[in-house]
Design a protein around this ligand. Structure first.
Ligand SMILES: [Zn+2]
Length: 134
């Protein structure tokens, strides 16, 4: 295994330790689309701190994770869930939802962006997120 891969794997192992706390926070439902009874994974929302931090993670399903990273595979209907999740009280979920909803070229998404309200630091966070092409 290369150094880079080893480091990446070590990071994933550390993040997986948050699974229990995130299961509690999420109620075992995807924190974006609220799917339940599905496998959920820990995903870091950039820019993540040097030491893995639970507060910079979201707990989401494979479908959300996949579409998050691939603009071409984004199903706009799937992301209607963002109209709810942009109001999350968890900054990582809120920032990620705000970034994502801005990427959806639909009227409901534009309306959601216009109506949304978030703390300045969450807005700034949303501005720095970029999952496209990762
Ligand atoms: Zn999901």
């Amino acid at each position: 295994m290369s150094k880079g891969r080893e480091k990446h794997q070590a990071r994933l192992n550390e993040l997986s330790l948050f699974g229990k706390d995130l299961a509690r926070r999420s109620g075992r439902k995807c924190e974006l689309c609220e799917a339940s009874g599905v496998a959920l994974k820990v995903v870091e929302v950039e820019p993540a701190p040097k030491e893995p931090d639970f507060n910079y993670c979201v707990f989401i399903c494979d479908s959300c994770d996949d579409q998050l990273r691939s603009p071409k595979r984004r199903d706009h209907n799937h992301w209607r869930c963002l109209a709810q999740s942009v109001w999350s009280e968890t900054p990582a979920i809120q920032a990620l939802s705000i970034w994502l909803v801005r990427q959806i070229p639909e009227d409901w998404a534009t309306d959601t962006v216009e109506m949304l309200f978030a703390d300045e630091h969450v807005m700034q966070w949303a501005d720095t997120i970029n999952f496209d092409g990762k």
